[in-house]
Design a protein around this ligand. Structure first.
Ligand SMILES: NC(=O)c1ccc[n+]([C@@H]2O[C@H](COP(=O)([O-])OP(=O)(O)OC[C@H]3O[C@@H](n4cnc5c(N)ncnc54)[C@H](OP(=O)(O)O)[C@@H]3O)[C@@H](O)[C@H]2O)c1
Length: 332
């Protein structure tokens, strides 16, 4: 089969489109013929050895696929050859075949296309867990989303609306703000591209205050970190919840803890991958709710571009160059 391989850690440009042996399932595993694999920011990090998990070399990045089950390992129950499924976790998605634990696959709703199935779980799973269990977002509250046109950001916008919040989208360009408004955000504004100087940081706090009528945001969803985090936290409402989701802008910020005291707020970590393992039953409830909302048309993965597997590197380039809107998908 063909795969986009990482043979040594380093720049994404080192990835090679090449032939590798077909996969066989181990006990409790299935092989999926991949129809679509979505790209997530951790794919950009993992090949550079900048992610919290380090796969054994060589490997294909890509941890979220949708396709058709083609082989079953020993002891697999509840999954059959020919099932249309999606799966996330692990590595190896940017390839024609993907090996998954049978327990990690979910059957696709009948009318769901493969690209949407591949683009659902990681971003909606993360943002749903963040807003529901970590922030306990309530109807009528204001939700500010940084990096709102990106994968987890746009999912947070849609889910925030589905949960009854007023959603404010903050991004680095007017085009991205317009994309968020077209996909459900109530308001939006443009922030400067990092590094932000002092005035740009103050301007970001002021924009959040202005968009919330001076109150500050009840919940702030932050997948970007770096220079954006502290000015955003300075504009959180009394008893607000600040969600630490990721650091796409580069550095992990260091926050003066007096801000938490002054705002009476919570700074709350979000680690969806860990949550899915440690709180399996709750995760399964979340998945069921997301599929229900998908079927009811409350949420819909926004796939803005498709790349053939041989051009998969370009998808990763576009993501690290901040060019992606919503989700992008690789189609072997
Ligand atoms: N905590 C968890 O469980 C969890 C789960 C999934 C993902 N994540 C993390 O969430 C973050 C976003 O992931 P994603 O898949 O949604 O990525 P994405 O689609 O690329 O979105 C990231 C957004 O960050 C902004 N950004 C700011 N500086 C950037 C830079 N230097 N390079 C790229 N983007 C930059 C961009 O928006 P603007 O241009 O508008 O600023 C971009 O749209 C990543 O750090 C990822 O590791 C965390």
């Amino acid at each position: 089969m063909k795969a986009l391989m990482c043979n040594e850690f380093g720049p994404i440009e080192n990835l090679k489109y090449e032939d590798v042996p077909d996969l066989e399932p181990g006990e409790g595993e299935v092989i999926i013929e991949v129809k679509a694999a979505s790209v997530n920011f951790p794919d950009v990090l993992v090949v550079q050895n900048l992610y919290q998990f380090k796969p054994a070399l060589p490997f294909a990045p890509g941890n979220e696929v949708a396709g058709v089950v083609s082989k079953l390992g020993e002891g697999v129950e509840g999954v059959s050859v020919g099932d249309r499924v999606f799966s996330s976790g692990g590595f190896g998605g940017f390839a024609q075949q993907y090996r998954a634990a049978a327990t990690s696959v979910t059957k696709m709703p009948e009318a769901m296309p493969y690209d949407e199935a591949a683009a659902l779980m990681m971003v909606y799973g993360t943002s749903h867990h963040a807003l529901k269990q970590r922030a306990e977002l309530k109807p009528g509250e204001t939700l500010l989303v940084l990096g709102a046109s990106g994968g987890v950001g746009l999912a947070a916008v849609e889910l925030g609306k589905a949960m009854g919040a007023t959603v404010i989208a903050a991004t680095s360009s007017q085009e991205k703000v317009d994309y968020c408004l077209a996909n459900g955000a109530d308001k939006g504004f443009v922030y400067a591209r990092n590094p932000l100087d002092r005035d740009q940081q103050k301007a970001l706090s002021a924009q959040i205050k202005e968009a919330t009528g001076g109150r500050g945001a009840d919940v702030i969803y932050d997948p970007v970190g770096d220079d954006y985090a502290e000015p955003a936290l300075r504009a959180i409402a009394w008893k607000g919840r600040y969600l630490v989701v990721g650091f796409a802008a580069g550095d992990i910020p260091k926050i003066p803890l007096n801000l938490a005291l002054l705002k009476g707020c919570q700074i709350v970590g979000v680690f969806w991958g860990m949550f899915t393992g440690v709180e399996k039953a709750l995760h399964e409830e979340n998945v069921a709710e997301l599929l229900e909302w998908y079927t009811a048309g409350k949420i819909k993965p926004r796939v803005s571009a498709h790349y053939p597997l041989k051009d998969g590197l370009q998808a990763l380039r576009d993501m690290s160059d901040r060019k992606v809107k919503g989700k992008v998908v690789i189609t072997p």
